[in-house]
Design a protein around this ligand. Structure first.
Ligand code: AMP
Length: 219
């Protein structure tokens, strides 16, 4: 199964990705994570991307598409992929179609997770991440066992520099202008499934089971 995850920042795409991967052979590719890795290693691409990411703006299409293409081409052939945070513009959606045609790994579904701005701001400003293990916490909704430290790796948790209210509002504006229109792009292709990002992970899991049942009926 090859899937793209769409939705505003903080709608729960990371949580959904975790649920989807559980027990399935899926490669989770988050362009945000790939960019943060490049920034941390101070590669040429990372240095170029940094100012955009920190301001909550989109990194130019060609840079992100190159990163994604390298990752997808290197993925084992039988493994399905789960794209998180890409595409974010119409141009990226079209580049993705071209790339997937070239490598013969077509998209099976687009899952669109929606949530309103108040919820997004509460979620994102309370979000804390463990940079090495990749685990994501929330100061009230999903606190770690020991405050400030990852349950799995013990490393100190950090707040992403772009997870402050001002940048979240900017990211939401960028999302509404550039990314929301591509929901229609996938609707027109007949592969869009909508989900409610306000739900907690147990309810989302139920929605996912229904989604996979539907897919099984179609195939
Ligand atoms: P995320 O982790 O998905 O919230 O992404 C964090 C930031 O990385 C975004 O606010 C953008 O600056 C940048 N970014 C991630 N994915 C893309 C993309 N597909 N196109 C452009 N910029 C991106």
């Amino acid at each position: 199964m090859n899937i793209v995850l769409l939705g505003p920042p903080g709608a729960g795409k990371g949580t959904l990705a975790g649920l989807l991967k559980d027990g399935r052979d899926l490669l989770h590719i988050s362009t945000g994570d790939l960019l943060r890795e490049e920034m941390q290693q101070q590669t040429e691409l990372g240095l170029e991307a940094k100012s955009y990411v920190e301001k909550g703006e989109l990194v130019p299409d060609d840079l992100v598409t190159k990163l994604l293409a390298n990752k997808l081409k290197a993925a084992p052939e039988k493994t399905g992929y789960l794209l998180d945070g890409y595409p974010r513009t119409r141009a990226q959606a079209e580049s993705l179609d071209t790339l997937l045609n070239q490598i013969g790994r077509p998209l099976g579904a687009a899952l669109y997770l929606d949530a309103d701005l108040d919820l997004i701001i509460r979620r994102i400003t309370g979000r804390r991440v463990a940079p090495k293990s990749g685990r994501v916490y929330h100061i009230t909704n999903r606190p770690p066992k020991r405050e400030g430290y990852c349950d799995e790796s013990g490393e100190p948790l950090i707040q992403r520099p772009d997870d402050n209210e001002e940048t979240v509002r900017k990211r939401m504006k960028v999302y509404l202008e550039n990314t929301l229109p591509i929901v229609q792009y996938y609707e027109d292709k007949g592969i869009l499934t909508k989900m409610n990002g306000a739900k907690d992970s147990e309810d989302l899991e139920k929605e996912l089971i229904e989604f996979f049942d539907e897919q099984a009926k179609l195939n």
